[in-house]
Design a protein around this ligand. Structure first.
Ligand code: A3P
Length: 415
């Protein structure tokens, strides 16, 4: 009798164990599907099933939110989700991507899954070059759902006072982003500041770098136009370009600071001393002006991102004389927007601009468009051909050195 009872209770215990295991497997599968559903509904900027798959592949880190509410922080200037609501990550470690961020790993059984919003150190830096098209590149890249841009130039690595504030301060300047997004910051003076490569390496030796360059003479003209515009605001007299770029004897004024910025090879060697070439991608700024889409595809490839930026997101604005952007994440839809800096003019679909209205016919749903502000695309000074020729000849050997270093020929004129 006693033996039969113990046999029966063992059988019962075995059955209970088997059914518990089945329950656990079902629960696991359910929570996986739920994660997909929530990411799909709440991901940054859409992107369709392909994007969802991508985020899953890249991330596998979802957040169990207590209370089932939506995350505060999508709107302009809103607060981060309170850390007490961050209850569990399904997998992964805090520094999977080398960005040194901290995560809360408490357990909690509440079951609304949301992507983790946090401020993350950049995994991509646009390091320069000044007047190369850095703002246009950043804003164009930000069309990608897996990119979270820092809207302002932080100047963390080049300004000693900022660098002294430490990485926590730098991180606090970053936008909120999901784990599947790559934070990108641009400060063009990083390229030319001697200390910067080592400092960037110290933050993250695996960080990806993008440099955008254009014909050095055109860049110099652009720089000059900017400097003169700034002088005008201080009531300083106008100067002629040739009086600044050349000496009275007609030779190139090698003491001119702006001219030095166009000596790309000189600064590149410092970067390549610290980072392997494969971590640096070079964008052709002249091509970005005339046909941005192929240049952006190359950056997507370099970053290992799916090609989610579309050609139809760029339209040529005849008034501006440059490409403008369509389908820019709206301030409410974008998890990371918090500053409307003066580098852009933007508008929603209610704009009355003719060329934009044309596009509204093709985009009947809600959209936003952006053109760069007037400080981008300034009129360059009229300069005699001989002056241009002297400068081109001066830059030619430096350019060739640069092409050899990067393994890419930009075909800038030499005469
Ligand atoms: P110009 O003002 O000389 O034309 P940066 O953002 O690094 O300061 O570079 C400014 C340059 O970006 C501008 O120089 C302009 O030529 C270039 N640019 C590239 N794409 C642009 C765009 N879509 N709209 C406006 N400017 C653009």
């Amino acid at each position: 009798m006693g033996r039969r009872r113990s046999l029966g209770s063992r059988l019962l215990a075995g059955l209970a164990l088997v059914s518990m295991s089945i329950c656990l497997v079902l629960l696991h599968q359910l929570s996986h599907q739920e994660a997909r559903a929530v990411i799909g509904a709440g991901g940054a900027g859409g992107g369709g099933n392909e994007a969802i798959e991508r985020r899953e592949r890249h991330s596998h880190r979802y957040l169990l939110m207590a209370g089932g509410g939506s995350i505060p922080g999508g709107a302009v200037g809103a607060a981060e989700p309170p850390k007490s609501h961050v209850t569990k990550t399904a997998a992964g470690t805090a520094d999977d991507h080398g960005d040194g961020r901290e995560q809360n790993h408490n357990n909690n059984n509440q079951s609304q899954l949301m992507p983790i919003l946090d401020r993350r150190l950049p995994r991509l830096l646009i390091i320069g070059v000044r007047k190369g098209g850095t703002r246009a590149l950043l804003e164009m890249l930000n069309l990608h759902p897996n990119i979270a841009m820092v809207p302002v130039e932080v100047h963390f690595f080049d300004k000693f006072d900022n660098y002294q504030r430490g990485l926590d301060w730098y991180r606090s300047q970053m936008p909120l982003s999901t784990d599947a997004q790559l934070t990108v910051e641009k400060s063009p003076s990083y390229y030319v500041t001697p200390e910067v490569p080592e400092r960037v390496y110290a933050m993250n030796p695996h960080v990806q770098l993008v440099l955008i360059v254009r014909d050095p003479v055109t860049r110099l003209l652009s720089d000059f136009a900017q400097i003169e515009a700034s002088r005008a605001t201080q009531n300083l007299p106008n100067r002629r370009f040739q009086d600044v770029a050349l000496l009275p004897n007609g030779e190139v004024n090698t003491q001119n600071r702006a001219l030095h910025v166009s000596l790309y090879a000189k600064f590149l060697s410092r970067w390549l001393h610290v980072f392997p070439r494969r971590q640096l991608h070079i964008v052709d700024g002249d091509r970005l002006i005339h046909d941005p889409y192929p240049e952006l595809q190359k950056v997507e490839r370099f970053l290992g991102l799916d090609h989610l930026i579309r050609r139809d997101q760029f339209y040529f604005n005849a008034t501006k004389g440059f490409y403008c952007l369509m389908g820019v994440p709206s301030p409410t839809a974008n998890l990371v927007t918090n500053i409307n800096d003066d580098n852009f003019t933007s508008s929603s679909s209610s704009s009355s601009s003719a060329s934009v209205d044309d596009h509204a016919n093709y985009y009947p749903h809600h959209y936003h468009h952006k053109c760069l502000a007037g400080s981008k695309g300034r009129r360059h000074p009229q300069v005699p051909d001989e002056v241009i020729s002297v400068l081109r000849q001066f830059f030619a050997p430096h350019n060739r050195k640069f092409f050899a270093m990067v393994g890419q020929d930009f075909h800038w004129p030499e005469q």
